[in-house]
Design a protein around this ligand. Structure first.
Ligand SMILES: [Ca+2]
Length: 539
């Protein structure tokens, strides 16, 4: 019964694909890829596709080609546009359109990372190759690559409050509206469904869209969503202060020593000795046990122990009240990349100086967590507080009501966006919608041993930010979302892979929809997903 229904639905969409195409190939003679497409593409140039939004150029590339450092191996129409919703705005975006005959009928928006400021070319290539019409925006600014902190830099925000709003949520919305119109103009009909696929800053933007503009997308994949972004900037500053005061507080070596000790202490808590901690909330390792004694090797100084505890605990006021969640045990390995060095804190390094306080003399090392937290989150730009601009309101009821589906995933070993913030978001949605209401539109996958969006010892390849083993709904999170939206089959489990240095899979493991987790059956290879089942944890 279930499979019959699915097949029936799938067939329903096929006639639409052929019948709705504006300049489709003659089905009797087969696809004539390129002819109508080239003309249709050229015709987009100069069009006004939305309020204050124009297409600057449109070029048909019959052989694909190099875009930046990314090779595109399929033909497509490359559309470049700009939106200027305010006099201070300059939002660049690109839309890539497959030839009519190879379009899958759907649209996929692609997100960005860090402080954005660039078109996400390589992920657009993935969506295009899968047959999607796809879009990415620069979020209203271009990264100044001469800055030492690269894609985290925010010099563009100095004196440009509206650009902060563009970056926070407006650029993605106006780019999405424009791109959907481009799709309609090129193919002669609207896309069947619109998806947004993103991780990190893009995950933040996904939840912004779902809460502020619920009509824009039918389905979203939000990895490691930095949803509480302004508060997260406080926390990233908190985590950086120890190293700013004393560079020995957090080093590559100290992070590795701590990480190895944590894994050793907590690996077996999930019943499988595999170097992964299934749920770090069960791990209580105390870094003080690593305090250096005379002649000791692989130990930590008191300064290093204090810095680690600071990161575990999260930002606090002097009276002990929490400002933000800390990081889990098991996430230590790459802490030093994020919270030490010349420009620690990722986006937080520039956030206070260039964006929030607009004060080039402000030093993060002097951030007063009692005074500057409120002063910063409450600072007003473009008629709003910084918290209002950047933090997502955890209310997705309108998105749920319009039938939108959302898959969130987060690595338990993330060193940039704490997975505890995602659990906080999930619990706020569940408090509003109940468990059944939440399950009807939101699935969360917590991923043991995955770093920030990709990398780490755990199985993290599920599509989106990290290539999937195969593009079916069991292995590819975008295919799982597509199946959920089109066929009402919610993903209860995904099979994730870990790739070795030669890109060969050396571990597969089920990811289970939260709160379930993968449990070893007790027999067979612990690196093979088939020997695990999804179970509700006992504790
Ligand atoms: Ca384990």
């Amino acid at each position: 019964m279930g499979s019959f229904k699915a097949v029936g639905l799938a067939c329903l969409f096929l006639p639409l694909l052929a019948a709705g195409s504006g300049h489709a190939a003659d089905p009797k003679t087969g696809p004539q890829i390129g002819q109508g497409d080239a003309a249709g593409c050229a015709g987009l140039a100069g069009q006004s596709v939305a309020t204050d939004t124009v297409i600057q150029s449109a070029e048909y590339l019959p052989q694909g080609g190099m875009i930046g450092a990314t090779r595109i191996a399929v033909p497509f129409c490359r559309v470049i546009g700009v939106a200027t919703p305010t006099s201070d705005s300059h939002i660049g975006f690109e839309v890539w359109l497959p030839p009519v005959a190879s379009w899958n009928g759907k649209f996929q928006g692609i997100g960005s990372g860090g402080s954005a400021g660039a078109i996400s070319v390589s992920q657009m290539e993935g969506a295009l190759s899968a047959g999607y019409a796809t879009m990415s925006t620069d979020n209203g600014h271009r990264t100044d690559t001469s800055q030492k902190n690269g894609g985290s830099e925010q010099t563009w925000a100095l004196g440009h409050p509206e650009k902060m709003v563009d970056f926070a949520y407006r650029a993605l919305h106006v780019s999405t509206v424009a791109a959907k119109q481009v799709v309609k103009n090129f193919y002669g009909r609207s896309s069947l469904k619109a998806y947004f696929v993103a991780c990190s800053q893009g995950g933040h933007h996904a939840l912004m869209e779902a809460s502020r503009f619920p009509a824009d997308y039918d389905g979203m994949v939000a990895g490691a969503p930095a949803w509480h972004w302004a508060n997260q900037m406080v926390n990233a500053t908190w985590n950086s202060v120890a190293g700013l005061k004393d560079p020995s507080a957090l080093t590559e070596k100290s992070a590795a020593i701590l990480n190895q000790a944590v894994i050793k202490a907590c690996d077996r808590l999930d019943g499988v000795e595999d170097g992964l901690i299934s749920d770090p909330r069960r791990c209580q390792f105390d870094p003080a046990t690593l305090l250096c004694k005379t002649d000791a090797q692989d130990c930590l100084t008191q300064v290093q122990i204090d810095a680690a505890n600071r990161i575990y605990q999260g930002a606090h006021r002097s009276d002990g009240t929490a400002i933000f969640q800390g990081f889990p045990r098991g996430s230590e390995r790459d802490w030093w990349r994020m919270f030490a060095g010349e420009t620690p804190g990722g986006s937080a390094w520039h956030f206070w100086r260039y964006s929030v306080f607009q004060d080039l003399n402000f030093q993060n090392v002097n951030f007063d967590f009692d005074r500057d937290t409120d002063r910063g989150l409450g600072a007003r730009h473009a008629g709003m507080t910084v918290a209002e601009i950047y933090n997502v309101k955890p209310d997705l009821s309108a998105y749920r009501a319009r039938g939108g589906k959302l898959i969130i995933y987060h690595g338990w070993a993330d060193n940039q966006v704490t997975p505890f913030a995602t659990l906080d978001f999930y619990s706020r949605i569940r408090a509003r919608e109940g468990q059944a209401g939440t399950d009807g539109f939101l699935r969360l996958f917590m991923m043991p041993g995955l770093g920030h969006c990709q990398g780490g010892p755990g199985p993290g390849n599920i599509g989106g930010a990290s290539p999937a083993l195969s593009h079916d709904p069991e292995h590819d999170v975008v295919a799982a979302l597509d199946q959920w939206v089109l066929r009402r089959k919610a993903p209860g489990m995904l099979i994730a892979a870990h790739l070795d240095q030669s890109k060969t899979p050396d571990l597969t493991r089920p990811l289970c929809a939260y709160p379930r987790e993968a449990r070893y059956t007790g027999t067979g290879d612990i690196r093979d997903a088939k020997n695990f089942t999804c179970e509700t944890p006992r504790n």
